[in-house]
Write a protein that binds this ligand. Structure first.
Ligand code: GLU
Length: 430
């Protein structure tokens, strides 16, 4: 009876909501490890690399910072973030346009609370955009993308959607380098998307949290082509290896100042401000400099080599996979060898992940968690299960203009390599 009352009193929007898939697979992996199983952790997308030493030092030096900080963020940090984006994204941001939050995820949630338009998400997409919309009762429209188009939003698909109801306010989320597929956009496509956005007054939330992990070292923000309507989302979690520090940033165009201010007002009534020592340390991270550039160059080289190896290995067994251009994800599609799976009663991506985890200990996530139909045999592999500090130290011994070679992956990215080999052998054995 009591249970029934509790159930009935739940807000309808959150009924049936369960833990986010990325965090759930991490918990499940931890649980299996506690039970003594060996798990290859390719589920949660967490940077394998340590926080750069200079940034760790800044945190140690600021452990005494104890005061509440301004809700929009520490002024010196807002200045550093504005300089960082102005330098790397080729657009001018002033410190007043920066909003600091406890993770970009929380800022995205605030945005969805405050902005009333329709949310448009190209899929596959990161696991939390859509549940956040569901929690606040926001309408979501997905634009499915395809392997043939490297899982990229096509400007004409966006145009077609807008033409159906041109006056409707819309928020479109772009994420590149992308989670879950590691793809990026060419300059031309960004310009074309910007053109559609301008024509239909779209707000673009450009989730560029993996921007510094573009394997080539080149990343172009769409804010360059659509400065008046783009909010750029970033933070320390990925490029700085500091997911658990929880520090995210939004930069707003002048025309969306009203939105920034109302988000800050909601923040002031909820989390008050982001952790003070973390904000002081983040100033050092966004200031950059040679040590951080070197750290990034080595991180990118390792991720590029590993991603390239993994894509080839998965293609060997018949999956179709786009070679990753950034971040640390692969999104293989097993459709070309679906017969093997069907013969073994594996009809969905969820079942596929369950079976592989049970039978091999390799943990990764189904395409369903990223907004794809469960019947599509796609999965996300986060190729991050290795000791990043050890790999970085080894990479630093090899000049940056040289290839680290195939043995590097074998010696320094062992668990990821072994997990992917196990998955491939398992598929071969079906
Ligand atoms: N962004 C990471 C992922 O997709 C983990 C963090 C999260 O989902 O909150 O795995």
């Amino acid at each position: 009876m009591l249970n029934k009352q509790i159930h009935v009193s739940l807000n309808l929007n959150v009924r049936g909501l369960t833990e986010s898939a990325t965090l759930a697979i991490n918990n499940q992996s931890n649980q299996l490890i506690r039970q003594g199983k060996h798990v290859y952790r390719l589920g949660l997308g967490q940077s394998p690399f340590p926080v750069p030493e200079v940034v760790q030092k800044a945190l140690r030096q600021n452990s005494h910072q104890k005061d509440y900080l301004p809700v929009q963020g520490l002024q010196t940090l807002r200045e550093a973030v504005a300089r960082y984006h102005s330098k790397y994204d080729g657009t001018h941001f002033n410190p007043g346009s920066v909003l600091i939050g406890p993770g970009s995820k929380e800022l995205m949630f605030l945005l969805q609370i405050c902005y009333y338009g329709e949310l448009v998400i190209p899929t596959p997409c990161w696991v939390s955009y859509s549940p956040q919309a569901q929690i606040v009762g926001r309408q979501v429209v997905s634009i499915p993308t395809s392997f043939e188009n490297e899982w990229r939003l096509q400007p004409e698909s966006l145009r077609q959607l807008c033409e159906q109801d041109p006056g409707r306010p819309r928020l479109v989320i772009l994420n590149y380098p992308g989670n879950p597929e590691g793809g990026t956009y060419s300059q031309q496509t960004l310009e074309e998307i910007a053109e559609v956005a301008r024509e239909y007054d779209i707000i673009i939330l450009s989730d560029e949290i993996y921007g510094k992990l573009s394997h080539s070292g080149e990343h172009i923000s769409i804010a360059r082509y659509y400065p008046e309507g783009t909010i750029v989302s970033s933070g320390l979690s990925k490029w700085c290896g500091a997911g658990g520090w929880r520090l995210g940033t939004f930069t707003f165009p002048e025309s969306l100042k009203w939105l920034q201010n109302v988000m800050a007002a909601v923040a002031s009534e909820t989390y008050t401000s982001t952790s003070a020592p973390i904000q002081y340390a983040a100033v050092r991270a966004f200031e950059g400099g040679i040590a951080i550039e070197r750290y990034l160059a080595h991180s990118r080289r390792i991720l590029a080599r590993l991603g390239e190896w993994a894509a080839l290995r998965l293609r060997d067994i018949g999956a179709r996979v786009v070679s990753p251009k950034g971040a640390f994800y692969l999104f293989p599609d097993f459709t070309p060898i679906a017969d093997k799976f069907i013969k073994n009663q594996i009809l969905t991506s969820s079942e596929l992940c369950r079976r592989v985890l049970d039978e091999t200990g390799v943990a990764f996530l189904p395409g369903k968690a990223f907004g794809r139909p469960d019947e599509e045999l796609t999965v996300r592999i986060a190729y991050v299960d290795f000791d990043g500090a050890r790999a970085l130290a080894a990479s630093e011994q090899i000049p940056l203009d040289q290839d680290i070679g195939p043995d590097f992956i074998k010696f320094y990215c062992h668990n990821t390599k072994a997990g992917i080999e196990l998955l491939c052998d398992w598929v071969d054995s079906l």
